[in-house]
Design a binder for this molecule. Structure first.
Ligand code: MCA
Length: 492
C-alpha cells in the first residue's frame, strides 16, 4: 500500500475535523482541519512537480518541527519523492556527508539553518516554498506508487564512522503505523502532544504516521522544552505522549499536583529510543499515576517489540514482537539460544528496511538469511517477554540521539597532538549517557583546541563531556581497545 492511501483515511475521510494545532509565526495558536492540510499538501506537490521532482528523486529536510515540514513531507509521500531527514543539530561535516551520499535534488531548510549546510548545497528556503505553493491548484494528487517504493532514507551512524542511509519503503512505514495505532489503541478521540523531532523515525514514523492513521488531533511543537512543557500539557490536555527517557526524567521535575492533573487526562505515555531505567518507570508511576509503555525500535526497522497495552508493562523489558514481526536470539555461531539465555537479536518482518542506500556491502553484512541483525543483545523469558541486555557495538545513546564513538574518534585523530583516542559512553542521570574522549597525546596536545574543533564540527549532543589524557589505551592481544578498562570518569 502506498502511504498516501493510508493517510487519506484522515486527510480525506475526516476532512472537516481539526487535525493539527501548531504555533503560528506570530506566537498565536493556529489550527488546520485535515482537509485544509490536504489542500496545502496538494499545492506543494504540484509545486515540486513543476520544479522537476519525480518519483525516486530525493529531497533533503533540514528543518525543525513546523507545519511546513509536514506539508512538504506529505507532498513527497504523494509523489513518490524520497524524503531524506537531516538532524537539525548537525554541522557541515555531518550534513555534508548525508547530502553527498543521498544526492538530493534540493534540501528544504530555513535561512538560519542554511549556514550549517556545506557550501554549494542546493538549499531551498522553506518560507519561499510555502509562499510559491499558494499559486498552485489544490485538487487531489495521486500517483500509482508501489508499496515497495522507498519513502525515506534515514541516516543511522555506523560502526565505520560515517553514517549509512536505511531505505524505508511505503510498506515499512504503513506496517509500522498500523501496528502502533492498533496495539497502542490510538483512535480519533486521542490528543497527541508531539514534541519529538520529526527528523527521526520516532517522531515521524510513530508520531506523525499514527496521527494520520488514527485521525487523532496532534499538537505540534518545535521541540521539547521543560520550561514550556507545563503550559503545553495544561492547555492542550493531551491523552497521548511519546518521549525518550531523557524527557521522562525531566517531566519528573513537575510539581506533584500538576503531574496528577496531567495523569488524569492522559491515556498513554510511550517511551523508546533508549533504555528506560526501571527507577524512572517507578517514579513516574508514583507521580503521574501511569505506567509508561516501553517499546523497542531502530531506524532500520521501525518498531520491533513493544510492551502490551493490556497486560503487564514489565519494568526493564520491552515486551513482545509486534504483529508480523519475528524475533530470534542467536549465539555467536548463529544458533538460536534457549529462553533465559542472552543472544544477539535478529528480526524479520514488513517493518524491516530494504537495505542501505547504495551500500550493497553494508546491506549484505546487515542481513543473514533474510533476518536483520540488530546488533542488540537480548533475552527472552519463558513467558515471551524480551529484555535487552546491551549492545554488540559500542553505540552511545544520549538524550535519545545515537552517537557512534568512531565518528568522534576519527575527527579527533585528524587533530594535531592526538596519537590515539577512544570515546566511551559514561552514564548521566538526565541524558542516559554522554561521550567522554580518552586521548594519548604528544607535546602539542591541547584539550581546549580539541573542544573548539568538536564544537564546530559535531552536533552538540556528540560533544565529549571531557577530554581525558591517558598514557596509553588498554588493548587486548589483538590490539583492540578494551574500553571497559579505561579509568572511570565522573563529572564530580
Ligand atoms: C535538543 N536540542 C535541540 C533539539 N533537541 N535543538 C534543536 N532542536 C531539537 N529538537 C539541543 C538544545 O538546544 C541543547 O543544545 C541540547 O540539545 C540539550 O537540550 P536541553 O533542552 O537542555 O536538553 P534536555 O532537557 O536534556 O532534552 C533534550 C531532548 C532531546 C529534548 C530530550 O535530546 C531530544 O529531543 N531527544 C529526542 C531524540 C529522538 O527523537 N530520538 C529518536 C531517534 P546546546 O547543548 O547546544 O545548548 S531513535 C529512533 O527514532 C528509533 C527508531 C526509536 O526507537 O525511536
Amino acid at each position: 500500500m502506498q502511504l498516501a492511501d493510508l493517510f487519506s483515511l484522515s486527510l480525506v475521510g475526516r476532512s472537516s475535523q481539526t487535525g493539527l494545532e501548531y504555533d503560528a509565526p506570530d506566537g498565536s495558536l493556529a489550527a488546520l482541519t485535515f482537509g485544509d492540510l490536504d489542500a496545502r499538501v496538494n499545492r506543494v506537490a504540484r509545486l515540486l512537480s513543476s520544479r522537476g521532482f519525480v518519483r525516486g528523486d530525493r529531497l533533503g529536510f533540514f528543518l525543525p518541527n513546523c507545519v511546513a515540514f509536514i506539508e512538504v513531507f506529505l507532498a513527497c509521500v504523494k509523489l513518490g519523492v524520497i524524503v531524506v531527514p537531516i538532524n537539525v543539530l548537525y554541522r557541515e561535516r555531518e550534513s555534508g556527508h548525508i547530502i553527498s551520499d543521498a544526492d538530493p535534488k534540493a534540501v528544504v531548510t530555513t535561512s538560519e539553518l542554511a549556514a550549517f549546510l556545506p557550501a554549494g548545497a542546493p538549499a531551498w528556503d522553506v518560507a519561499e516554498i510555502s509562499a510559491a505553493a499558494e499559486s498552485f491548484a489544490d485538487s487531489a494528487v495521486r500517483l500509482a506508487l508501489d508499496g515497495d517504493d522507498p519513502a525515506a532514507i534515514v541516516y543511522t551512524s555506523g560502526t565505520t564512522g560515517r553514517s549509512k542511509g536505511a531505505v524505508l519503503t511505503h510498506n515499512n512505514f504503513a506496517a509500522n503505523a498500523v501496528n502502533v495505532t492498533t496495539c497502542w489503541r490510538i483512535t480519533s478521540e486521542d490528543r497527541y502532544l508531539a514534541v519529538l523531532p520529526l527528523f527521526h523515525v520516532h517522531g515521524l514514523g510513530n508520531g506523525v504516521h499514527a496521527w494520520l492513521t488514527s485521525g487523532c488531533r496532534m499538537r505540534l511543537v518545535e521541540r521539547f522544552d521543560i520550561q514550556r512543557a507545563p503550559d503545553l500539557f495544561t492547555a492542550f490536555q493531551p491523552t497521548l505522549f511519546f518521549g525518550v527517557p531523557t524527557i521522562y526524567v525531566r517531566l519528573l521535575e513537575f510539581p506533584l499536583e500538576l503531574a496528577q492533573q496531567i495523569g488524569q487526562r492522559m491515556r498513554l505515555f510511550v517511551s523508546g529510543s533508549a533504555p528506560l531505567p526501571a527507577q524512572v518507570l517507578a517514579d513516574f508511576r508514583a507521580k503521574f499515576g501511569h505506567t509508561i509503555l516501553e517499546r523497542y525500535g531502530m531506524s532500520e526497522t521501525l518498531m520491533n517489540i513493544s510492551n502490551p497495552y493490556e497486560g503487564e508493562r514489565r519494568p526493564g523489558a520491552v515486551g513482545f514482537p509486534f504483529p508480523g514481526v519475528s524475533a530470534q536470539l542467536r549465539d555467536a555461531q548463529g544458533q538460536p539460544v534457549e529462553d533465559g539465555e542472552i543472544g544477539e537479536l535478529f528480526v524479520r518482518g514488513p517493518n524491516v528496511c530494504a537495505g542501505y542506500w547504495r551500500r550493497p556491502d553494508a546491506t549484505a553484512e546487515a542481513f543473514q538469511d533474510g533476518w536483520f541483525r540488530t546488533g542488540d543483545l537480548g533475552e527472552r523469558a519463558a513467558d515471551g517477554y524480551y529484555t535487552l541486555r546491551g549492545r554488540r557495538s559500542d553505540l552511545i545513546i544520549s538524550g535519545g540521539f545515537n552517537i557512534y564513538p568512531r565518528e568522534i574518534e576519527e575527527l579527533l585523530l585528524e587533530q594535531s597532538g592526538v596519537l590515539e583516542v577512544a570515546v566511551c559512553g559514561v552514564s548521566d542521570a538526565r541524558r542516559g549517557e554522554v561521550p567522554v574522549a580518552y586521548i594519548v597525546g604528544d607535546d602539542s596536545f591541547d584539550a581546549a583546541a580539541l573542544e573548539t574543533i568538536c564544537r564546530q564540527s559535531l552536533a552538540s549532543f556528540k560533544m565529549p563531556r571531557a577530554f581525558v589524557r591517558v598514557e596509553s589505551l588498554p588493548r587486548n592481544a589483538l590490539g583492540k581497545v578494551q574500553k571497559h578498562l579505561l579509568p572511570p570518569w565522573s563529572a564530580e
